[in-house]
Design a protein around this ligand. Structure first.
Ligand code: HH2
Length: 276
């Protein structure tokens, strides 16, 4: 099994780590640390050195209540970082919901579009299809401004799985190769703690025909469950959840801290492989 990207295939015969580079002043866990392009590029290269298989570059925070960023501003933030990392041979994903940003990032060497709205914009679907990029289709209820106000589901696992199935189908209809699509339940995006836990306990049911990518790193469910206020102190909990998700069949993880994630992934993977 592999994930077909623009110029190569990323094999998913073991867990893979997508390191996070937020080129933003306001991301929830590391806002402002890598807002300077030089610092962001250095951070991306460090993540790869530590064992990241690919790097996700984002220029707009999606934390609950975040203000939207304009196209020009987002391009200024991400393009130099995408171009510099791609030039170093890094597999780069661009975390954006804007077709203009996706197009420019793909031209600058990005291999993947990570769209937290799940390619809901038809122009984004056409762009991804034309470039033959890989794509992450994530589930979100509402928008970052409104999503945590009062999320409601009858059955969160069924609804998220059906929504991802529908959006993946639309992408494929627009010409995206099925092997280029991975799906993501969108932990924390329009979900209560109970919704997040239900999804984490049923990860084998959310992907359908597509591999699942999980983004749970440093998220606020660790504050709710364990009382850890400071996001940078949530890496141990994030790694524990990662290991459990490997046992649940997930092979792709969007993470902040590579060291703890790699240890967790290797331990869980050794257990998976030991099964006949
Ligand atoms: N989570 C965040 C951003 N992008 N993309 C995918 N596919 N899955 C996720 O779970 C996901 C995502 C939020 O985390 P972070 O980038 O650390 O913060 P911010 O959005 O505030 O920049």
């Amino acid at each position: 099994m592999g994930w077909q990207l623009k110029t190569r295939t990323l094999s998913l015969d073991r867990p893979r780590l997508m390191g996070i580079v937020n080129v933003t002043p306001d991301s929830f866990s590391d806002g402002g640390r890598f807002a300077d392009p030089g610092a962001a590029v250095a951070h991306g290269l460090r993540l790869v050195e530590q064992g990241a298989d690919l790097v996700d570059v984002g220029g707009e925070s999606t934390r609950p209540g975040a203000d939207p960023v304009g196209v020009a501003e987002e391009l200024d933030r991400v393009l130099p970082v995408v171009a510099a990392l791609a030039a170093e041979g890094v597999i780069v994903s661009v975390d954006t919901t804007k077709v203009e940003v996706a197009r420019a990032a793909l031209a600058a060497g990005a291999e993947i579009v990570n769209d937290v709205t799940g390619l809901v914009d038809p122009a984004m679907r056409t762009e991804v299809a034309a470039s033959r990029a890989g794509v992450v289709i994530m589930h979100m209820q509402g928008t970052p401004r409104t999503m945590q106000l009062e999320p409601v589901y009858a059955d969160v696992v069924d609804e998220v799985a059906a929504h991802l199935h529908r959006l993946a189908g639309l992408a494929v209809e627009a010409g995206v190769a099925p092997a280029s699509v991975v799906v993501d339940p969108g932990i924390g995006f329009g979900k209560t703690l109970a919704h997040n836990l239900a999804l984490l306990a049923a990860l084998d049911r959310v992907g359908g025909d597509h591999p699942v990518l999980l983004g749970v790193s440093r998220k606020s469910l660790f504050k709710s469950l364990l009382g850890i206020e400071d996001p940078t102190q949530r890496d141990r909990a994030s790694a524990t959840m990662l290991a459990l998700a490997v046992l649940g069949g997930v092979r792709l993880f969007r993470v902040h801290d590579i060291g703890s994630s790699l240890e967790a992934a290797n331990l869980a993977w050794a257990m998976v492989r030991s099964q006949p």
